[in-house]
Design a protein around this ligand. Structure first.
Ligand code: ZN
Length: 189
């Protein structure tokens, strides 16, 4: 994933949190996709060919399909991954579907980046003093595996002190501030 693609996904996540007026964790993927006018349905793993999800744009609607056999934490991530494809302009002419192959293309990585940035916004975790994968998984309701990656990213950001450097991130932080103040950890580790 090039820096341009990374930055586009990151900025889209901030726009999404702002547009949907999200002020608390855990975020609700169901509410977010509804605000964008997308329809979301369950499908069996078999119907999805073993994939976690899929997004299909047709002439009159765009619909996300979610693997009902996966954990709720995994489903939350998948909904936002598919929304990421939609918001990042990955859907071409109708009818069109994504996630049809196993390739981890640049677009797949960008959709993953969008999903984790919406589910576990770095500036909110920073404001609350959250660092470990355990904390991130339970607070953001994401899989432990996704939380481990997030914790590693947070470790680098803490090292570099890279928070609130972008105007959009400052706005997200301000939007979450009442929640952060109420729920931040009272004592350091
Ligand atoms: Zn995908």
């Amino acid at each position: 994933m090039t820096y341009g693609v990374y930055r586009q996904a990151r900025n889209a996540s901030w726009h999404c949190l702002l547009d949907c007026n999200i002020r608390e964790l855990p975020v609700s993927p169901a509410v977010i996709v509804r605000l964008y006018g997308l329809d979301c349905r369950y499908r069996t793993a078999e119907a999805l060919g073993g994939r976690s999800g899929m997004i299909i744009r047709q002439a009159d609607s765009t619909r996300i399909y979610i693997n009902r056999q996966e954990s709720i934490f995994r489903q939350r991530f998948t909904v936002l991954h598919e929304l990421g494809h939609y918001l990042l302009g990955h859907l071409g002419d109708v009818p069109f579907s994504r996630c049809e192959d196993e390739l981890r293309s640049s677009e797949e990585q960008a959709a993953d980046k969008f999903a984790i940035d919406v589910l576990a916004p770095a500036c909110v975790l920073w404001g609350m003093g959250i660092r470990t994968a355990d904390e991130i998984s339970s607070l953001c309701r994401i899989s432990y595996q996704a939380a481990v990656f997030r914790a590693e990213r947070m470790r680098l950001l803490y090292q570099r002190g890279m928070f609130l450097a972008h105007p959009l991130e400052k706005r997200v932080y301000a939007q979450f501030l009442p929640y952060i103040r109420k729920n931040r950890k009272q004592f350091p580790e």
